[in-house]
Design a protein around this ligand. Structure first.
Ligand SMILES: [Zn+2]
Length: 180
């Protein structure tokens, strides 16, 4: 990978032998190990390892989960916050695991729409929940840094499953609580 990164540095018009750039290929390679660490994470196992018996059917919401991902069209970052809710079936999961599932899907080459659906499907499947809702709100550097120049626009995507899809009262309860 270092060879290819050195080649990219040269092709964009830089001098790859300049002192500040000498160790850049090695640093970029190390950075990508973290940026793409999701490929080695198993989101199903993260949930399965922290399941508990549910004691009620109340909506569980976790707001403002920070995430950093990479758009697969330009290999530039998109980042923002995830809002997740579910209504338990028979099981609940440790709250910190929701952030880890987001991370497992974020640290890959992604499109925001697919990442939203993947998080929701993973929770629905492993929790056998009565409903799952996932909203992602993100800024995309490929839009902000390039010609489009939509500096302060956010892309918002949502996936509603089960009760959140079928029951408008449940859905609006979530949408109200996620704004607080
Ligand atoms: Zn892009």
């Amino acid at each position: 990978m270092e060879k290819e990164i050195k080649s990219i540095i040269q092709q964009i018009g830089e001098d790859s032998s300049r002192e500040g750039l000498l160790k850049t290929p090695a640093r970029v390679k190390r950075a990508w190990k973290e940026i793409a660490a999701g490929y080695e994470m198993d989101p199903d196992a993260i949930i399965q390892g922290a399941l508990f018996e549910a004691e009620g059917k109340e909506m569980i919401i976790v707001n403002d989960i920070d995430f950093y991902s990479t758009c697969e069209h330009h290999m530039l970052p998109f980042f923002g916050k995830a809002y997740i809710a579910y209504i338990p079936g028979t099981k609940i999961v440790g709250l910190s695991k929701l952030a880890r599932v987001v991370e497992a899907f974020a640290r890959r080459l992604q499109v925001q729409e697919r990442m939203t659906a993947q998080i929701a499907d993973c929770l629905q499947k492993n929790l056998e929940a009565e409903g799952v809702a996932v909203v992602l709100r993100a800024q995309h550097l490929c839009m902000m840094m390039r010609g489009v120049q939509k500096q302060n626009s956010y892309a918002v995507t949502s996936e509603m499953l089960g009760a959140f899809k079928n029951n408008s009262k449940t859905r609006s309860e979530f949408l109200t609580l996620m704004r607080d």
